[in-house]
Design a protein around this ligand. Structure first.
Ligand code: AHM
Length: 336
């Protein structure tokens, strides 16, 4: 049998990156390997949805008042579990948990990273077989090594991220992660049970034809956002419009498609949700980081997302992210 040694697994890839940085400790590689393991376990359960009693509501609401699905809890426990038992993470924050969890043992207190995640984004789509995802981000601690992590470690602006990524449980399962050095995508090869490098050095096309927004909220958006949406629908030689509207309502799937094909994703403030719907720390910062490393842009409409200094863990924000030129067109409308 001929084995294609050109295709690196996630572990091989992160180890190869280490070889370029002999001074690196390997903690980040180990953390990514832990995340890959949890992702494989969640993937197995997501694929069984419908066969076993894992669909549906858990019967509680999370801190944001949203119904919690059983798979949300399963995914949360898997990601928290691997990170707790690993050697690289001092604590976590999760969209599903009210407060941070500090691991507080000898190994964890000496770990230099903390991790934040949305264990199962788009979980409202679980019951109807639509792609859902996990989003994560990694920060270097600002608190003293050797002591338990603190809230300050988690309330850092997004530009301090060391790495960010997502897993999409779709027609195939992919893990995409970014460090400052680039964005790389790994597809789960079910035959060997490993994430294998399939999308090396992802770049977001500077322009595209796709705009993604919940049109049902159109009359709840402010006038400037509406003027941009109108522009997207216009035949226009300069922009190349009209653009195509694509909105799944599962952010990981929507942004993943736009990252690869070029496009813009928006979740603006509405009259019902003046602060927006999406969470700065668990959803927007990781995607802003990934898309910026890939050459795109992300804002809250007024400021670069990665420069927002968070004041609370579950903070929400309006969010606009995508191809550089399309983001430029949006910004012209918002500042007009
Ligand atoms: P969730 O945390 O309940 O899964 O909500 C987040 C999801 C995003 O994935 C998606 O972009 C957005 O909510 C869709 O919201 P809406 O249905 O209001 O358009």
């Amino acid at each position: 049998m001929i084995i294609n040694r050109n295709i690196l697994t996630l572990d091989e890839f992160t180890i190869q990156q280490l070889r370029d940085f002999p001074q690196a400790t390997g903690e980040l590689s180990s953390l990514l390997r832990d995340i890959g393991l949890a992702a494989k376990r969640v993937n197995v359960e997501v694929n069984k949805a419908g066969l076993v009693d894992i669909l549906g509501d858990y019967g509680t609401t999370n801190i944001q008042g949203e119904e919690v699905k059983k798979l949300d809890i399963y995914a949360n426990n898997q990601f928290m579990g691997v990170l707790k038992h690993g050697i690289s993470c001092a604590g976590i924050a999760s969209e599903e948990l009210d407060d941070i969890v500090v691991f507080n043992d000898d190994v964890s207190n000496n770990s230099k990273y903390i991790c934040m995640f949305d264990p199962l984004d788009g979980s409202g789509n679980i019951d109807v077989n639509i792609s859902i995802g996990t989003i994560f981000s990694v920060y270097r601690r600002v608190s003293e090594l050797g002591k338990p992590a603190t809230k300050e470690d988690f309330l850092q602006p997004g530009h301090q991220q060391v790495a960010a990524g997502y897993i999409i449980y779709g027609s195939s399962t992919m893990l995409v992660y970014a460090t400052r050095r680039g964005v790389n995508g790994f597809t789960l090869d079910q035959s060997i049970g490993e994430f294998s490098l399939s999308h090396a050095n992802i770049k977001c096309p500077p322009s595209g034809k796709i705009y993604s927004v919940n049109h049902g909220n159109f009359f709840q958006y402010d006038e400037k956002v509406r003027s941009y949406i109108n522009l997207c629908q216009k035949k226009d030689k300069t922009t190349g419009g009209p653009y195509t509207q694509r909105y799944i309502g599962s952010m990981v799937a929507d942004v993943h498609r736009n990252l690869l094909k070029g496009g813009i994703f928006m979740y603006p403030a509405t009259t019902d949700k003046p602060k927006g719907k999406l969470r700065l720390l668990y959803e927007c910062n990781p995607f802003a980081f990934i898309v910026e490393v890939a050459g795109g842009k992300a804002t809250n409409g007024k400021q670069r997302i990665l420069d927002v200094v968070p004041s609370e863990l579950h903070q929400r924000t309006p969010f606009f992210v995508g191809s550089k030129d399309m983001m430029g067109e949006l910004e012209s409308c918002l500042t007009a």
